[in-house]
Ligand binder design. Structure first.
Ligand SMILES: [Zn+2]
Length: 173
């Protein structure tokens, strides 16, 4: 069993203070696999409990203006801007060129994971903010991890037909 770090419901969504960033990273318990019709997806290799911190959404930290410029530039060449996550109030993580596996989580209208901005202790004192992927629900071994791209914290705007198959599917994402 991998180590599990669960947070109470009240703590989820708040600024959390942790200094064990790498020790709790459960990236080793996740795997990127090909999903028919969706390209790649992210899967749990073990049972994971709700509230578990899974991994960091890593990439380049940019401001809002830079993000908007990049989204427009991608749109012009026909590429959907999929890999931006909000970091705090006015910063974003651009994971387009990052090898982080968190960005492989596909959309679902009934997601089982969520992204949060989390404050952690920096190596040289003070705090830094990161975007972290958390399990919202129980994840059985082999479950595909999903995010609601329509959630403002995910900050992925363009509409596309949704293939999530959820009973509560909104039809687009
Ligand atoms: Zn859907």
């Amino acid at each position: 069993m991998p180590p599990q770090y669960s947070f109470t419901e009240a703590e989820i969504g708040q600024d959390l203070f942790y200094n064990y960033r790498m020790e709790v990273d459960q990236e080793k318990d996740l795997e990127v696999r090909t999903v028919p019709g969706k390209g790649q997806g992210l899967f749990a290799l073990h049972h994971i409990t709700p509230g578990s911190f899974l991994t960091e959404y890593r990439g380049e930290v940019i401001d809002k203006a830079t993000k908007e410029t990049r989204v427009e530039a991608l749109k012009k060449i026909g590429i959907r801007a999929k890999y931006f996550a909000r970091l705090g109030d006015d910063k974003y993580i651009d994971a387009t060129l990052s090898d982080c596996i968190a960005k492989r989580a596909n959309h679902s209208c009934t997601p089982n994971c969520e992204l949060y901005t989390v404050k952690i202790k920096g190596a040289h004192g003070g705090f830094i903010e990161i975007v972290a992927l958390y399990a919202l629900t129980e994840l059985e071994e082999g479950t595909e991890l999903t995010l609601d791209y329509g959630d403002p914290s995910s900050d992925i705007f363009q509409r596309e037909v949704c293939l999530c198959g959820s009973i509560d599917c909104r039809g687009s994402m």
